[in-house]
Write a protein that binds this ligand. Sequence first.
Ligand SMILES: C[S@@+](CC[C@H](N)C(=O)[O-])C[C@H]1O[C@@H](n2cnc3c(N)ncnc32)[C@H](O)[C@@H]1O
Length: 406
Amino acid sequence: MSPAPIALYPDLRERPVLVVGGGAAAERQVQALLAAGALPRLGGAPALTPVLQAWADAGRIQWLRGRFDGAWLDAVWYLVAASDDPAVNRQALQAAAAQRVLAQDATGAADTAAATQATDDTGDGIGASAAAATAQAIRPGTVTLVGAGPGDPGLLTLNALRALRNADVVLHDRLVSAAILELLPGTAERIEVGKSASGHSVRQEQIHALMLEHARRGRRVVRLKGGDPFVFGRGGEELEYLRTHGVPYAVVPGITAALACAAYAGIPLTHREHAQSLRLVTAHCKESFDTLDWAALAQERQTLAVYMGVAGLDTVRERLLRAGRAADTPFALVENGSRPQQRVVVGTLADLPDTARAHQVRSPALLILGEVAALATGLHWFGAAPLSALPSPFPKPAVPTLAHAA
Ligand SMILES: C[S@@+](CC[C@H](N)C(=O)[O-])C[C@H]1O[C@@H](n2cnc3c(N)ncnc32)[C@H](O)[C@@H]1O
């Protein structure tokens, strides 16, 4: 007897796929998925075939025990209904449709002909280009919001790197460093959405439209943002838009500027002798100045990390002093944090704008304000020593710092 048809899947490499069933049909589907590099999960069956059981025991697949549960679909990209029980398959397919998870009935190919091609175990009978075309036609477009970190490519997460390598198109911010863009595959289309050649920013609505357009063409879209997508990155707005338009999405966090700039400048943000809280603040326009709680920001024993603040330093100084923050509170301005051209300028709140002007501090720069900022004068290890009028609070170092490995 010839084997049952094996489905051709969309590109599911390293993506979780739910196979419903535990019998011979499910086994064939899992085998094909493993061969395609997917991460199969199996559920909705009271027992497994010996082969499936062995794969589960070896950790090659995950077995979700118990009756089919729609919540399993939350974490998968694709569903294959391969149960011996038609009612279970129906339930799974309906749940997948409701949650907009691409799905396929591997036992009744009639209504999924577009997604299924007959082939045998050896793959004979269908050319590679035809297979690719079929997979392209049914592949669901996706958008992954990826945090690129502050610039040093070594600060990308493995998930970020994986998403970049699999991307068909990358919509990236201006702040994403050239060193990170070099990691993109040559096949990936790059679109800068931070600023156009004429110097004007691409409007947020245009970015939304671009994400949708490319995802609807079945492409793997990476929306690449500096730092972390959810920290002053408009990642929330983009997810809301994608959700409204039914585009599957995922988020890969990145190292936000506050953490990276502090680490690369030698500033422990919550050193217990100096600060017990940290606030991430943005202060770049009148609206953001007026809505901030300056009395709270002026409290002692806390560190402020101020994003996008370079143009507003006069106002930051004036409001903090007026709210009672001491004039001799140390600050550090970290320009191009974690990048080869990083500069750190240290001083006191009283002189903040003048010091920044004297050293011509430019965006991207992060302001770190609080007692911990002074520690940069002694704990710095990366790039040039801080430009500082403050004395180091430490004696001469007993051990030399290491050169940065990158
Ligand atoms: C629109 S916000 C984006 C923040 C980003 N999502 C993050 O999590 O870091 C841009 C601001 O982040 C800060 N920033 C980003 N990268 C930086 C870097 N490498 N060095 C210093 N500041 C940086 C600057 O204050 C800049 O004006």
